[in-house]
Ligand binder design. Structure first.
Ligand code: ADP
Ligand code: ZN
Ligand code: ZN
Length: 837
């Protein structure tokens, strides 16, 4: 047998699998998806088996080397995931090994060894062994523990038997990963006889063996395996008593692997399915039908905040489980709060695995193994949980499907939504995309706007299939959405208020302090300090060719458009009103906190931003404190906008809506609308009515206006029109190619060479109608023009889903392989970029 192995060869842009021979003694462990160690040149590298063949396509089979070792007892990946990696590599123009590595938990990327020792056994078990097997057992026994690889190398003929014995037989396998990550084990008592026999045996024991009698009687009633320590504690007896019973053959004590449970000891209140509201029923029925028929279909569930989307998810998952299938629930990392987890654990209990970055590496690994081994049927987690290694998926849910965090910013730069759809396709599974404010891309596909809009590679027809739109327009409890007041900050300045708090918001906070109610204040800092705005009239500098905010570049004191490269000096006076209050804009949470303390002496503020939440558990701790009324104000970045549900919050204030609105990004209006809608959904979810204040310098902007009226449809109407006019997604697709190098001349030459190659291609593709398959913009300096002493240039490619485009880009980039390898040139390709920095 021969294996095709994808290895991690740094700085070599190849996805070619290499052929290796599978030595007979390793054969029982090798499957598609196995992780192996293989000789490569003078080194040993890690790789993944992506295929098994009888005959490799090399001229001389004898030249092939052997696989050196198999790193896991069970392949960490399934064939379906291996195939998915191939698709990701094509679609996202990343290396296949990068995709494969993204699918396995971090713990597996570490180096580790598989060790074996002799497990506890009864002497007579050895009686059935052939001499060589007995010798192997004695050899391991004498050594204490040996590397599994060494054992197999010493007794190659026994490899099949050794594999059998390490699965609960004479050998026990442990993994030593970096020392700190060991598979946890515990001594476990297994009942070896029928309850009747145990009762009989208890009677026959001498009267003075009271303890032993008790243990047998207990085990006669409880035949499930139980931890030795637990059993002893339960019965108030010593381990010696139990061991002596084991020697008599009534029970066995073996070391057993235990999985760490991050939620151990926490009990979740069991919840029952609720009777669905008519709106929920209308959404649920078609989803259930698709699940029942194992028909791949993508649903876009647009439901206002509080419309009960989660209950629809829960019941759809139940349907899936009833059919013996599995489900994945993706939520943005910051929404993955204990409350969120509780809702799923409460319904499905032990059948749920939770994957998120706040788990320790060991916990994460164990949750992942529960999925791989089929112990759980539901996985809930952030972006990477889309790779949960289930074998019969029936449903994938993406909650808050519009969230940018579903796009990974490092290679592989995948979008979890597209990966989910791709996986669901191969399983015939349903996908539910839920949001109060669906992304324009998804909405367009669900409303038939751009049926041609393809997935990342643009190649599969199924990717052109439209989504099914489901709508839930009212809140479950019938509570109204809170009123939103727009505060014009230009007026405030005119009337002499230079504070970052308008008078109405100031007054509202004061009221809440008096009434002992709570306030949430949002400051979005995603805008950095880069856009330029006049504080007198609200005018922002935009590019005259692109209708995109210009970016302030401090070192050159210029403003630039990073779509077309247009640049001008930073003006001293506002071009619109002549005021000198024109400056680049940005306020930090820390400054807001200081200002709050100054304006409201004694106010208790909890600040939540990247600085205060970097520690494990800090996020939850801060929210807990706020819930316990230890603070009057929760102040934070977009983290505070997500999913929080506190009864005493009656005021939500957005300090500056414009920080997002003026990002140099065609999605700025969409982000603003989403953020304002979301944060407004936080107020008045309970008995006390809520109120929202949005401070802005551009109150007339349709994003602000539509959000204040909770009017999604009006917003998408206007936004789609704007996108169509300027030729942005969803009316086209984008690929961003970024070059980075320490030397500007080489960098510029490379970026320009790359762009002109592509431009030639584009010109050649111009058909009879004159439309080229793609449009190549740039190169221009990236908005963040230098990172870690490397300068950055970028090209933007616009195209309408033509599958050849990705091939051309791959080809054009491949021409610079030597530069990448020898001169350390970085070329990064982002398909469907979410951030244009
Ligand atoms: P969304 O996820 O759409 O914002 P939630 O799922 O959080 O909404 O639901 C809002 C509230 O309504 C929750 O407290 C939930 O328990 C409740 N709820 C949902 N569905 C029902 C139902 N069918 N009957 C009664 N209450 C419901
Ligand atoms: Zn002005
Ligand atoms: Zn421009």
């Amino acid at each position: 047998m021969y294996a095709k192995v994808i290895v991690d060869v740094p700085a070599k842009q190849t996805d070619r699998p290499f052929d290796y021979r599978v030595p007979a003694e390793l054969a029982p462990w090798v499957a598609v998806g196995s992780r192996v160690g293989v000789p490569f040149g003078s080194r040993v590298l890690q790789g993944f088996v992506v295929g098994l063949v009888d005959r490799p396509d090399v001229p001389d089979v004898r030249k092939l080397k052997d696989i050196g070792s198999v790193l896991d007892s069970h392949p960490p990946l399934t064939e379906e995931l291996v195939e998915l990696a191939r698709w990701m590599s094509r679609s996202y123009l990343c290396r296949e090994i990068t995709a494969l590595q993204a699918m396995v938990p971090g713990a597996l990327k570490a180096k580790y060894e598989r060790l074996v020792s002799v497990a506890e056994h009864r002497p007579e078990e050895l009686a059935f062994l052939v001499p060589e097997q007995l010798e192997a057992v004695r050899w391991v026994q004498a050594k204490g523990s040996v590397k599994l690889d060494d054992l197999v190398a010493r007794y190659p003929a026994l490899s099949g038997w050794i594999k059998e014995q390490t699965a609960g037989g004479l050998f026990r396998e442990t993994k030593a990963i970096h020392d700190r990550l060991r598979v946890k084990t515990r001594l476990t008592v297994f009942v070896e006889k029928e309850p009747e026999e145990l009762r009989l045996a208890a009677e026959e024991l001498p009267v003075n063996a009271k303890r032993q009698k008790e243990v047998l009687a207990y085990l006669a009633d409880h035949s499930e395996p139980v931890g030795l320590a637990e059993l002893c504690e339960q019965l108030g007896t010593g381990a010696g008593t139990v061991k002596s019973l084991a020697e008599k053959g009534w029970l066995a004590i073996r070391e057993e692997e235990v999985l760490r449970d991050p939620y151990a000891g926490r009990s979740f209140k069991r919840t029952e399915p609720m009777a669905l509201t008519p709106e929920q029923q209308l959404a649920y029925t078609p989803i259930a039908e698709a699940i029942d028929r194992a028909r791949h279909e993508v649903f876009l569930l647009r439901g206002v905040t509080g419309s009960g989307k989660t209950e629809v998810y829960l019941q759809a998952i139940q349907r899936c489980l009833d059919l013996g299938k599995e489900a994945i629930v993706l939520v943005p990392e910051i929404s993955l709060t204990p409350q969120m987890v509780e809702r799923f654990k409460g319904r499905f209990g032990e059948r749920v695995a939770v994957l998120h970055s706040r788990l320790s590496q060991g916990e994460r690994y164990d949750e992942w193994r529960k999925i791989a081994s089929g112990q759980v049927s539901v996985a809930i987690g952030a972006r990477s949980a889309v790779f949960a290694p289930f074998a019969s998926l029936g449903l994938i849910i993406l909650d808050e499907e519009h969230e940018t965090s579903y796009k990974q910013e490092d290679a592989p730069k995948y979008h979890a939504r597209d990966v989910a759809i791709r996986r669901a396709q191969s399983f015939g599974a349903a996908v539910v995309l839920g949001s109060a404010t669906p992304s324009l891309e998804s909405y367009a596909r669900a409303s038939g706007e751009t049926a041609w809009q393809a997935g990342p590679s643009g190649e599969e027809d199924a990717f052109r299939r439209p989504f099914t739109l489901l709508t839930m327009d009212s809140r479950v409890e019938g509570r109204p959405l809170p009123p939103v007041r727009i505060v014009d900050m230009r007026e405030e300045l005119k009337e002499g208020n230079r504070s970052m708090f308008s008078r109405p918001l100031h007054q509202a906070i004061e009221d809440r302090l008096e009434r002992k109610e709570q306030t949430v204040l949002l400051l979005n800092r995603r805008g950095y300090s880069t856009f330029v705005m006049c504080r007198t009239c609200g005018y922002t500098l935009t590019c005259e060719h692109c209708d995109i905010s210009l970016t302030y570049h401090q070192n050159s004191r210029t403003v630039r458009c990073h779509y077309c490269g247009y640049a001008e000096r930073q003006p001293e006076l506002c071009p619109s009103c002549g005021s000198e209050h024109i400056r680049y804009f940005g306020t930090g949470t820390q400054r807001v906190e200081e200002e709050l303390a100054k304006l409201f002496p004694g106010i208790r503020v909890i600040r939540m931003d990247v600085d205060t939440t970097s520690e494990k558990g800090a996020h939850e701790k801060l929210l807990g404190q706020f819930r316990d009324r230890q603070a009057d104000v929760l102040l934070g970045t977009q983290m505070v906008a997500k999913g929080l549900d506190f009864p005493l919050v009656t005021l939500v204030g957005v300090i500056a809506a414009d920080t997002v609105l003026n990002l140099p990004d065609f999605r700025a209006g969409e982000r603003t609308f989403q953020l304002l809608t979301q944060v407004a959904g936080r107020a008045g979810r309970h008995e006390l009515p809520g109120e929202v204040f949005v401070q802005t310098y551009t109150p007339e902007h349709y994003s602000v206006q539509c959000a204040s009226r909770h009017d999604y449809l009006a917003f998408v109407g206007t936004e789609l029109e704007t996108r169509g006019m300027h030729g942005y997604p969803p009316y086209c697709r984008l690929i961003l190619v970024t070059f980075a190098h320490e030397q500007v001349p080489l960098l510029v030459r490379t970026a320009e060479g790359f762009a002109s190659r592509l431009k030639e291609r584009a010109a050649a593709s111009r058909g009879l109608q004159g439309a080229a398959a793609m449009e190549v913009l740039g190169p221009v300096a990236s908005p963040i023009s230098r990172i870690k002493d490397r300068y950055r240039f970028q090209c933007m490619i616009k195209y309408r889903g033509d599958a050849r485009v990705t091939d051309w880009i791959r080809e054009a980039a491949a021409a610079y392989d030597d530069l990448v390898r020898k001169e350390n040139m970085q070329i990064s390709i982002d398909v469907d970029p979410q951030l244009l920095m």
